[in-house]
Design a binder for this molecule. Structure first.
Ligand code: NAD
Length: 435
């Protein structure tokens, strides 16, 4: 099939590359000419494991192209996939301006019978809105088919998730359109769930809000564990081994961040409110998460009394491991809180430093290694659970610090490492501290 993907962000680029990998002819279109320039040279503008190799392979084999021209990129295409951003508006709802502009701009280039698929996360009813915009800006004599095909990939494992999805949701109002999208995905041999367009749109929000709620739930259990002397890892194992609950998303820590959960929970809450449903469960999910992001600073204040002039080494800046994405990363709030307290922050992240500089500027210093970050530090905050931090020689790290204290926001250190601790203090989340 000939497929055009609009947007070369985490979703659009992963989708485009993987569709080429399974044999389609794909053109990725982005209005960001800098990104297109990099992509044309075989460079990925984002850090995502395996992405660049697959990009080069499929470009070399002639199945993957990049352009910023709608005219070239949409010519003769069977399916157009919209994967542009839907960030949060000021009022918390999804900002649909990129998707609306896309609809308006592609309309004059569409040919009769083309299928337009919305992969971006969009509130219920958006497909209908996009169809109206396209129809009012295209040549009068064409018909188009709309479909919703929300994306569930996770940054950091985007390629694997795209090639091996748990399921593919196809929302369409006719069997013919749903079958066409199914055909596109056939080589993946993934379970397909066909629904109405509105159901497909809502499935995405319902899933993300549920996962975020699961995280806030285990984080509150972790806070209770600290009060009653229980261990949240044991609780999570005991709960999660029950098949009805499942082990994933039961890792206690300093809360969720990223470009999806925070905005999607807010947007779903607003959609419910707009339709007269008081979804207060989601309000609590958000409140708990906001508070949880403050946890390490609160613990450090309790330990030190004041954080003024203390040197804090942050391990990790990205919102999760294996990505360079800083959107809504808990590290941002932690840095702001520490700055307000008068602390000096030195941060190390394996890949997100470049993006972090754009958000945090010179509020903090940036180190090139964990060892550089901890020199003379009063405390380490583990903020992102990069594998690199799980394999550090912690005793060596502690020896080089002014005060050998670790506040672990991701429970990175396991039992086998803790018993190696000869000096220092270790404060995990929802687990007994080692003092
Ligand atoms: P992103 O911000 O990384 O990328 C969006 C891209 O779209 C940018 O490169 C931008 O230049 C481009 N763009 C904007 N307007 C355009 C236009 N008119 N024509 C062509 N390109 C245009 O976004 P993302 O993280 O890939 O997310 C995209 C959508 O997928 C969002 O709705 C998001 O909620 C959803 N989603 C994201 C993830 C994730 O993990 N990032 C997972 C599932 C779903």
């Amino acid at each position: 099939m000939k497929i055009s993907v609009l947007g070369t962000g985490y979703v659009g680029l992963s989708t485009g590359v993987c569709l080429a990998e399974i044999g389609h002819f794909v053109t990725c279109i982005d209005i960001n000419q800098h990104k297109i320039g990099q992509l044309c040279q075989g460079k990925s503008p984002i850090y995502e494991p395996f992405l660049e190799n697959l990009l080069l392979k499929n470009a070399d084999e002639g199945r993957l192209k990049f352009t910023s021209s709608y005219l070239n990129g949409l010519e003769g295409t069977d399916i157009i996939i919209l994967a542009v951003g839907t960030p949060q508006s000021e009022d918390g709802s999804a900002d649909l301006s990129y998707i609306m502009k896309c609809a308006k701009d592609i309309a004059p280039h569409l040919t009769d019978g083309v299928t337009v698929v919305i992969k971006s996360t969009v509130p219920v009813g958006t497909n209908e809105l996009v169809e109206k915009i396209i129809m009012s800006h295209c040549n009068n004599d064409i018909t188009i088919n709309m479909a919703s095909n929300p994306e569930f990939l996770r940054q950091g494992s985007a390629i694997n998730d795209t090639l091996h999805p748990d399921r593919i949701i196809i929302g369409a109002n006719s069997k013919k359109v749903a079958d066409k999208i199914e055909e596109m995905y056939l080589p993946l041999k993934a379970p397909i769930i066909k629904t109405s367009i509105r159901s497909a749109e809502l499935i995405k929000y319902a899933s993300n809000a549920f996962l975020a709620t699961k995280i806030s739930y285990i984080n509150q259990i972790a806070n209770l564990c600290e009060m009653v002397g229980a261990d949240v890892n044991d609780i999570a194992l005991g709960m999660g081994t029950d098949k009805r609950i499942g082990l994933s998303f039961l890792q206690a820590g300093i809360g969720y961040g990223g470009s999806c959960f925070p905005k999607d929970v807010k947007a779903l809450h607003l959609t419910a409110e707009k339709h007269g449903i008081q979804f207060s469960l989601l309000k609590e999910t958000m409140r708990i998460n906001d508070e949880q992001q403050e946890l390490l600073v609160k613990k450090a204040k309790k330990r030190f009394g004041s954080l003024k002039s203390k040197k804090i080494a942050l391990f990790g800046l990205s919102f999760k491991p294996n990505t360079d994405d800083m959107r809504e990363a808990p590290s941002i709030k932690i840095v702001r809180l520490l700055s307000n307290e008068g602390a000096n922050v030195v941060a190390y992240d394996p890949v997100a430093t470049h993006n972090a500089r754009e958000v945090l500027g010179n509020m903090i210093s940036y180190a090139n290694s964990p060892e550089e970050a901890i020199l003379d530090a009063d405390a380490v905050f583990i903020v992102t659970d990069w594998d690199e931090f799980k394999h550090l020689n912690i005793t060596n790290i502690l020896k080089k610090m002014r005060c050998p204290i670790i506040f672990d926001g991701r429970n990175c250190l396991d039992e086998s490492m803790l018993h190696l601790l000869e000096i220092g203090e270790y404060y995990p989340v929802g687990r007994p501290s080692v003092i």
